[in-house]
Design a protein around this ligand. Structure first.
Ligand code: AN7
Length: 381
């Protein structure tokens, strides 16, 4: 049997491009290296000649892209001697923070909006032993409280305002470029705090520079924390396209939204923390922002699950929902290569999935006749 080195996570893999030293203790759960799946059926259904890939970030250890940032943030927190981390979260950040804190042997405090996070995410935070502080308010209020309390208490903030988070998350762009041999023409993401769209742009910029120094755009975004190694060159960078839920779309309104609402609770965010960076990303990449209503988001989630066998959470489906709109209108032209990030796993939010499912479910007697009848009457010819 040929020997293949054990995959030990994205910091080890991209060590030369991340802010770690040889003796840094890496806090990893084997995150990254997620599948880039090409959609086979949906392009045929919509009748368009486009290559759509989905980057299935739901297959990270805690089921979302947050693990990429959290491995970096917790590694650095531990290196700097921190004994506790804190975040505000719509759910996925709290799940990742709880898991990586457990791995590191430090304490996690998570502030979540009372009753507004998906069940799977709450289960994760609790199971990993985080102190869960439910606030009678939304994410944006929680974020402000986290900033305020961190001035007084010895806790390290691991929201994406922690620059190490974006450094870890930029590696998703590296993986995509390495698998496609180039950057896609369009990269579509759901946007909440806009950290992830910024992180991807940093990653693409680093890969498209051959100078061994940062291109201006990446430098502006990296806060001096990246270690660009140089050498690897790709010719192109994608247009970055950010989609928001219509009820939580500050980038469409051009101003902060005070009372955000959407079924996609992960992106129920009205005061994005990476507001200025994301506008820069849009300008520099030649991309745009748009919005999708909740029904369109859920329809895309279901389409992906039913037609491709890929289950993502509602917020994640916003990237595909938006891309399908823009492909239909021609704004994303035929012949394009498109990557949609599926930020979180569908199992995170079983309630919404079951509520909107129309799959046949019958309850019958435990007899051969009853089961045979159920099969015959539901057989699709
Ligand atoms: C599935 O967990 O902000 O634009 O507190 O969980 O980088 O904020 C989650 C965000 C998209 C938006 N998809 O990413 C949190 C949190 C999913 C998410 C986003 C989130 P950003």
């Amino acid at each position: 049997m040929p020997f293949r080195p054990r995959y030990t996570g994205l910091i080890e893999r991209y060590r030369d491009r991340l802010p770690v030293n040889d003796d840094t203790r890496l806090i990893s759960l084997g995150e990254g290296n997620t599948p880039l799946l090409k959609l086979n059926n949906i392009p045929k259904i919509i009748g368009k000649d486009v290559d759509i890939y989905v980057k299935y970030e739901g297959l990270n250890p805690t089921g979302s892209f947050k693990d990429r940032g959290m491995t970096m943030a917790v590694t650095k927190a531990v290196e700097e001697g921190s004994k506790a981390i804190i975040c505000a979260s719509t759910g996925n950040t709290s799940a990742a923070a709880a898991a990586y804190a457990a791995r590191a042997g430090i304490t996690a405090f998570v502030l979540i909006p009372d009753g507004k996070i998906a069940l799977g995410k709450l289960a994760q935070a609790m199971m990993h032993g985080a102190t869960v502080i439910q606030i009678k308010g939304n994410f944006d209020e929680g974020m402000q409280l986290v900033k305020d309390v961190a001035k007084e208490a010895p806790v390290t903030i691991v929201n994406s305002i922690n620059p190490y988070r974006l450094q870890g998350q930029k590696t998703a762009a590296f993986e995509i470029v390495e698998e496609l041999g180039r950057a896609p023409d369009y990269h579509c993401l759901p946007v909440g705090n806009a950290g992830n769209i910024t992180a991807h742009w940093i990653g693409y910029c680093e890969y498209s520079s051959n100078s061994g120094e940062h291109v201006t755009a990446a430098c502006a975004h990296c806060d001096g924390h990246c270690k660009y190694a140089g050498g690897a060159i790709v010719g192109n960078r994608p247009k970055m396209v950010g989609y928001q839920a219509a009820g939580s779309a500050p980038f469409m309104r051009g101003e902060m939204v005070d009372d955000p609402d959407t079924v996609a609770t992960a992106i129920r965010i009205g005061h994005p923390q990476s507001w200025e960076k994301a506008w820069l990303v849009k300008e520099e990449s030649g991309g745009w922002f748009d919005e999708c209503d909740d029904d369109t988001i859920l329809a895309a989630q279901k389409l992906l699950a039913e037609q491709e066998g890929i289950f993502c959470e509602p917020a994640s489906a916003t990237s595909l929902a938006g891309a399908l709109n823009d492909i239909a209108s021609g704004k994303i032209p035929e012949g394009s290569t498109i990557v949609c990030t599926l930020t979180g796993h569908g199992l995170k939010d079983p309630d919404i999935a079951i509520q909107q499912s129309t799959a046949p479910m019958v309850t019958v007697d435990a007899t051969l006749d009853a089961v045979r009848d159920a099969i015959v009457s539901n057989m699709v010819s």
